[in-house]
Design a protein around this ligand. Sequence first.
Ligand code: HEC
Length: 130
Amino acid sequence: MRTRLIAAALILSALPALADEPGPGGSKPPVPKTGAEVYKVYCQACHMADAKGAVGAAAFPALAANPRLGSPQYAMFIIENGKAAMPGFKGSLTPAQEAALIGYLRTHFGNSYPEPVTVADVEAMRKAAR
Ligand code: HEC
């Protein structure tokens, strides 16, 4: 009897923690990890699913076949600081998410810049900007 009560108490005390886990069943949305996931959550609304951009409330430039993505520094700078109608994402993306995102953009949507952008690259950029 006693052990059952203890077991029930243990399960109950574990429940709120479980509910706060990201992912299915939890109360937090899943944390985007891959470049494709990060793009969907943070960029797609403006730059569109095909990354071809759009013209609406502002002109959202195409990231597809965009030679400027050949420069990892340029991509990092814009993503971190934003530009005009685009907000900066330094506060919302971890260096790992940002590196994955840039790697994804540089190798998809008609861009072909296979040299990876590393977490260390992003961290160096953030340090230099401080
Ligand atoms: C609220 C809308 C919005 C969101 C969200 C957004 N952008 Fe932008 N982005 C813009 C606009 C508008 C510009 C053009 C800024 C200007 O006037 O030069 C831009 C420009 C850029 C550029 C420069 C393109 C060029 O050719 O110079 C890059 C790179 C870029 N965005 C990447 C991203 C990435 C990656 C994300 C997701 C982390 C993102 N953007 C999220 C609106 C947005």
